[in-house]
Design a protein around this ligand. Structure first.
Ligand code: HEC
Length: 148
């Protein structure tokens, strides 16, 4: 074998291994099954989790899984969450800073539910994020835009 051929064979093997590996990793990332499970977990939390607060759940105010707008008893509007994931991060005038979707979820858990907000990085916060993002899937990104 010439030296270049001797190199070519292991290199080709390496290339094929790399291709196979990234294809497998990509396929696993795009496998709908785990995502569907996380969406389900998030929807469960949205409908049932009280965060040890006042007994309300997200769906008490954000009706039909967050798909339709609601109203507080004092008449103030409660936005639909149908495109929430597409309009965050956004500037929050009250707090005077930019907040992310996760900051807002934790804010509602702490204030509206008077509960203990799920920790950043926790399965519950991630599942709620996945669920809300699934509602906005395919909608145009409109950072800072209006709730639907
Ligand atoms: C007592 C009623 C109430 C409950 C319960 C509640 N929220 Fe909210 N939520 C609101 C109101 C009112 C707003 C409007 C913005 C604000 O005042 O913070 C809002 C805003 C939001 C937004 C931002 C929507 C946008 O387009 O700007 C998200 C996301 C959200 N809530 C998620 C949740 C989640 C997740 C839960 C459960 C942990 C929850 N909310 C529980 C009343 C509530």
């Amino acid at each position: 074998m010439t030296p270049s051929l001797r190199l070519a064979a292991p290199l080709a093997a390496c290339f094929i291994a790399l291709l196979t590996h990234s294809y497998t990793a990509l396929a696993a990332d795009r496998d709908p099954t785990p995502m569907a499970q996380w969406i389900k977990m998030g929807k469960e939390a949205f409908s049932h989790e009280t965060f040890a607060g006042n007994g309300r759940v997200c769906e008490t105010c954000h009706l039909q899984g967050g798909m339709v707008p609601g109203q507080r008893p004092d008449g103030a509007p409660i936005p639909s969450l149908a495109n929430a994931a597409a309009i965050y991060p956004r500037f929050n005038g009250r707090q005077g800073k930019v907040i992310t979707l996760q900051d807002q979820i934790r804010g509602c858990a702490g204030n509206a539910l008077e509960g203990t907000p799920p920790a950043y990085g926790s399965d519950t916060l991630n599942a709620l994020t996945v669920y809300l993002t699934s509602l906005a899937q395919g909608k145009p990104l409109d950072m800072g835009g209006k709730p639907q």
